[in-house]
Ligand binder design. Structure first.
Ligand code: SF4
Length: 379
């Protein structure tokens, strides 16, 4: 393991980050503008560069033909321009598409493109949602999740997060007869491999690039960050100026139940987590989502539904129930459909808002990391 679970860089991981030139897609427009000023380039050249990177999704300097050759050479001397390589693609029965990307250093991460689903995070019915990763592996070891099985390997750099969107859009454009420039993904959930708040600065830098009008142009309200529940980082997130959404992976409504599923609960028990959520709610006045994976005989009892409803009512949060997706090597199972529905009805009857994700979206979170696991264990 190269890092602490909360993302403190070990010397080895620090070397990986510092060894090469930064990638151009790790930098904000203001940082790039400084280089352009130093080179005496007019402001419109920077606009051309950003248009080439984020609207036309260039993968090589040579594709930025509206920039003079000398400027392209200067850019290549100062920055890298590295696309993610698509290593595997998998279509899920629920209509989702899973991508396994190879990173420049040979590590692997996953993204999941979800079909339109009004019941998911966006309000509209025609969202193209991408679930992105923020770390290679994960140090938190939630018991339902394949991403944590091999521990944490390293944090993703901002461009490796941004590129998941651009690379998925390149793939999607290739599927249509006419590859189109411009946004093909308009909703993001930061719920793939890794704990985003354990890689806080890099994740925020990437989200700002994806949100910026000169960059990804994805509205902040259409970007949802999902955390396993780090109270200090939730408080920090509450102070950010952007209106990003927050989802909490709860999965247990009492400490004994949650600790069995999520070891992080032993370090940050529910009382502490919920206090941070209250503060987030007070500061942001925004809707929180509580994620709850239903696991048979573990967290699907009526008392958990009652407690979950109380928590949701108090936080004025929406509950998103997700039937467990079996992970090879783990013994847990999903409850029978009737039991899932009964759990949902108990929450609603107690006056809390809740949805039960039936088909679409089952691929995210519970099954996240499985494609990478398979790729790394198969010959
Ligand atoms: S659910 Fe999230 S925090 Fe938990 S092990 Fe998986 S990736 Fe890590």
């Amino acid at each position: 393991m190269l890092q602490t679970p909360e993302g403190g860089l070990s010397p080895m991981a620090g070397e990986i980050a510092a060894a090469s030139r930064p990638d151009v897609k790790s930098l904000a427009a203001t940082e790039l503008a400084a280089a352009f000023r130093e080179w005496g380039e007019p402001a419109y050249r920077l606009r051309q560069l950003l248009d080439g990177l984020y609207r036309r999704r260039a993968t090589e300097w040579g594709q930025l033909t509206d920039l003079p050759r000398r400027l392209r050479e200067r850019l290549a001397e100062r920055f890298t321009l590295q696309p993610l390589a698509l290593e595997r693609l998998q279509s899920e029965p629920d209509g989702a598409t899973k991508f396994l990307w190879r990173l420049p250093d040979g590590e692997h991460i996953e993204s999941v493109l979800l079909p339109a689903n009004p019941a998911l995070y966006g309000e509209g019915s025609d969202r193209r949602t991408l679930c992105v990763s923020t770390q290679v592996g994960c140090g938190f070891g939630c018991r339902f999740c394949a991403s944590g099985l091999g521990g944490l390997r390293r944090n993703l750099l901002p461009f490796e997060i941004v590129e998941q969107v651009l690379a998925a859009e390149r793939w999607r454009a290739d599927q249509t007869a006419e590859p189109r420039p411009g946004r093909l993904i308009d909703n993001l959930v930061i719920m793939g491999m890794g704990e985003p708040f354990a890689n806080y600065e890099r994740v925020l830098a990437a989200l700002r690039i994806l949100n910026a009008p000169w960059g990804g142009s994805i509205g902040a309200r259409r970007i949802t960050v999902s955390t396993c529940g780090l109270p200090h980082q939730i408080r920090r997130f509450a102070q950010e100026p952007e209106q990003f959404r927050l989802a909490i992976s709860l999965h247990g409504a009492a400490d004994a139940v949650r600790s069995r599923i999520m070891p992080v609960n032993k370090r940050y028990p529910l009382a502490e987590l919920l206090e941070a959520c209250r503060e987030y709610r007070r500061r942001k006045g925004k809707l929180l989502t509580l994620e709850y994976i239903l696991i048979r005989g573990v967290n699907d009892a009526p008392d958990q539904a009652a407690r979950l409803a109380r928590i949701a009512r108090e936080l004025r949060a929406k509950v998103n129930l997700i039937p467990y997706n079996p992970v090879p090597g783990l013994a847990w199972e999903r409850p029978e459909p009737d039991r899932q529905k009964a759990f949902l009805h108990r929450i609603r009857a107690a006056g809390a808002a809740a949805t039960l994700r039936r088909e679409k979206g089952a691929s995210i979170q519970a099954a996240c990391g499985q494609l990478r696991l398979r790729a790394e264990t198969e010959p």
